[in-house]
Write a protein that binds this ligand. Structure first.
Ligand SMILES: [Zn+2]
Length: 322
């Protein structure tokens, strides 16, 4: 308890009590025992992709306490850790974050909080450098970091498989008694992901113009790379910017017209009106693509998965780009 208190005090200074009034994050416990008996395998995830992979891997295993720090429905790029979150990270057996610029706060937290094991998704797969290709808005000076890795590694289905496999190995090490279940679960989930990848591969092999226009951020660098899609977007993947300047709106409109596109895309949970205005000016229809950073509270409670969201992307893209 003393240790927790020291951590809380240290981090209160670091984080300036950011968001400490919030207490909305979610814990899913598959044990009937109280949450802090100390026997549960405690796994804490920052955002949805790794939460989803771990939920699939640990399905049906009693005594796994899985927590997602980001509250469903919230914008992941403006998340800040609460004192309760930090205490959960400290007492976790496994803490899984993304790594990269949105998780700059993690390094600070891990100076004092000490989960048994901490894993960054960007360390599990080959990363691509952030790129300005197809990004229309100039980024703020402070956001530019030369050579930084694009952190949205999970948007590639093949990366999702590799990440699930790697997380499964770690979870098996932490809880060898249930290794057989974890292995079977991971294998089944990886098969579902591979099936969607096969559908995308087959579909895009027959698409001539693989240009899409996103009136939003573009966190799909890894996804686009897999299938040769050329994305033109307002902002880079993790931009905190969400007001599209008029000049950029006009460039998006031009890109839609030049490429003869009938659709304009936005990312899930986007509430801005820019895409509607661009759609109205071009006659294009607005469609939603799931980046899978997070999902609505209702979808979360209904158990919607990464696979469900990628299948929605498949339906959307195969209907709109055929
Ligand atoms: Zn992001």
């Amino acid at each position: 308890m003393k240790k927790i208190l020291a951590i809380v005090l240290a981090l209160a200074l670091v984080l300036g009590f950011a968001g400490c009034a919030k207490n909305k994050n979610t814990t899913e416990t598959t044990t009937s025992a109280p949450a802090d008996t100390g026997n549960a395998l405690k796994i804490v995830c920052t955002i949805f992709p790794q939460y989803d992979f771990v939920r699939a891997i640990t399905k049906g295993v009693k005594g796994v306490e899985l927590k997602m720090l980001l509250a469903p429905g919230d914008e992941s790029h403006s998340y800040s850790a609460t004192l309760e979150d930090i205490s959960a990270i400290d007492s976790a057996d496994l803490f899984i974050y993304v790594g990269g610029e949105s998780d700059a706060w993690v390094a600070e937290v891990l100076k004092t909080a000490s989960p048994k094991k901490a894993i960054a998704l960007v360390d599990l797969v080959k990363t691509l450098e952030e790129s300005d290709d197809g990004i229309l808005a100039a980024e703020e000076e402070e956001e530019e970091e030369e050579g930084a890795a694009d952190e949205h590694v999970w948007t590639s289905l093949n990366n999702a498989i590799a990440i699930t496999e790697s997380l499964k190995d770690t979870i098996c090490e932490l809880d060898a008694d249930n290794a057989e279940t974890y292995k079977a679960n991971a294998q089944a989930y990886e098969k579902q992901i591979a099936d969607i990848d096969a559908q995308f591969t087959a579909f895009f092999a027959g698409v001539k113009n693989k240009t899409i226009v996103i009136a939003d951020r573009n966190p799909f660098r890894y996804f686009c790379e897999e299938y040769g899609i050329k994305a033109i977007a307002a902002f880079s993947g993790c931009s905190s910017n969400n007001e599209i300047p008029l000049a950029v709106q006009n460039e998006l409109i031009k890109a839609i017209k030049d490429n003869n596109l009938k659709y304009v895309y936005v990312i899930e949970l986007n509430s801005s009106n820019y895409a509607d205005s661009i759609a109205a000016q071009t006659g294009a229809q607005k469609l939603v693509l799931n980046s899978c950073h997070n999902l609505s509270k209702a979808d979360f409670e209904n158990g919607k998965t990464y696979v469900d969201m990628m299948l929605e992307n498949y339906k959307t893209l195969s209907a709109s780009m055929a």
